[in-house]
Design a binder for this molecule. Structure first.
Ligand SMILES: NC(=O)C1=CN([C@@H]2O[C@H](COP(=O)(O)OP(=O)(O)OC[C@H]3O[C@@H](n4cnc5c(N)ncnc54)[C@H](OP(=O)(O)O)[C@@H]3O)[C@@H](O)[C@H]2O)C=CC1
Ligand SMILES: CC(=O)N[C@@H](CCC(=O)OP(=O)(O)O)C(=O)O
Length: 319
């Protein structure tokens, strides 16, 4: 009988929290230790995740959560809300693996940056104790750019669209379905946190503009990059095929993925590779689900690596 691992979840009522509940429930080696939600405290988790019985949501303080000493705890909280929980675990249960979904620790060298397909070795994700989960657009943009990062010039442009679930459960214009109806909503035209995040990881500036689309979830990024030297489409395609050959969650295809192709899948799709302008300009697209590869699925990959399990355990490999 292989060992099971106790997993705590803080922010379980959120859009990413809901997806994490489903993944934890379906994971062969995970057992939900607790699910924290202030609003839903006292109600059964099965109301949100029917696969999980016998557990109620709790409104746990940081100290109460840390005192439970789970093998791992996922923080699915808005930016800025996780620090008290991190401090409590550092004090009372430092051995607990922490995976944070917010942007709070992505720029902290003491936390591993958890995009396994690109950085599992560089970041030492296997056995890591503190893992910062990448942002949703940042995941798609890096999967699209990393294979050609050495042959492009600065300032690739990234046009991103995300479903409104990306804005979280706190009401805002970005998750206002009436404002979004028949609309496409640009925001953070420059300086978005994912611009800084991708720049830090790829060590090059990018020009990123996000937009919200009317559907609940689904991310599509369209990238334009200038090539240092003329490169044929065949050579560029070979770079992507090689980069993701052994990665079941990243599919490389010829056709440009549409938004819906990435919605609801656990991985990401790269496609639409185009080389124009005397072979000096590259176009590439990436589609994913902001709540899955953009958040919860990636968090499970990171939990698996941190706990010494197969990286895709509990995840249906591929798209
Ligand atoms: N949505 C997405 O597509 C993605 C989101 N992320 C990031 O993941 C994190 C979670 O995202 P998401 O699920 O959308 O967020 P939500 O806002 O939907 O959920 C967060 C939950 O945390 C709880 N919460 C809020 N503030 C506090 C607090 N101060 N203390 C304790 N609990 C609190 C709330 O539940 P309650 O009030 O019931 O306690 C809330 O429902 C965010 O940092 C987000 O930026 C990352 C990638 C993709
Ligand atoms: C539509 C929308 O609002 N999306 C969010 C991205 C969610 C996310 O990945 O945020 P973190 O980087 O904090 O994890 C945004 O642009 O801020």
């Amino acid at each position: 009988m292989s060992r099971t691992f106790s997993i705590g979840l803080i922010g379980a009522r959120g859009f990413t929290g809901r997806e994490l509940l489903k993944l934890i429930a379906g994971h062969p080696a995970f057992e939900l230790a607790f699910a924290s939600s202030r609003e839903l405290a006292g109600t059964p988790v099965s109301d949100m995740a029917p696969e999980i019985s016998g557990v109620d949501f709790e409104a746990l303080s940081p100290d109460e959560a840390a005192a439970r000493k789970p093998d791992a705890c996922v923080l699915a909280l808005p930016d800025g809300a996780g620090a008290a929980f991190v401090a409590a675990f550092e004090a009372a249960s430092p051995e607990t693996v922490l995976v944070d979904l917010s942007a709070d620790y992505r720029f902290d060298d003491n936390w591993a940056y958890g995009l396994p397909e690109l950085y599992r070795q560089r970041e030492g994700l296997a056995g890591a104790k503190r893992i910062a989960n990448p942002g949703c657009y940042a995941t798609a943009a890096q999967l699209a750019l990393h294979p050609v990062n050495a042959i492009i010039e600065d300032y690739p442009s990234v046009f991103g669209v995300s479903g409104y679930s990306g804005a979280g459960t706190t009401p805002s214009r970005k998750n206002d379905t009436e404002a979004l109806a028949d609309n496409l909503m640009p925001y953070a035209l420059s300086g978005h946190k994912h611009e800084r995040e991708v720049t830090r990881q790829l060590r090059r500036p990018i020009a990123f503009t996000p937009h919200v689309h009317p559907a609940f979830s689904g991310i599509l990024v369209t990238v334009h990059a200038r090539l240092r030297q003329p490169v044929s489409l065949e050579k560029v395609s070979a770079l992507y095929e090689e980069a993701y050959a052994g990665e079941p969650l990243v599919k490389v295809q010829d056709a440009a993925p549409e938004l819906k192709d990435g919605t609801g899948i656990q991985g990401a799709i790269i496609g639409g590779l185009t080389v124009v302008a005397d072979q000096r300009r590259l176009v590439v697209l990436c589609a994913e689900d902001n709540l899955l590869k953009g958040a919860a699925v990636q968090a499970v990959q990171n939990l698996n690596l941190a706990l010494g399990l197969d990286e895709l355990s509990g995840i249906t490999a591929g798209n």
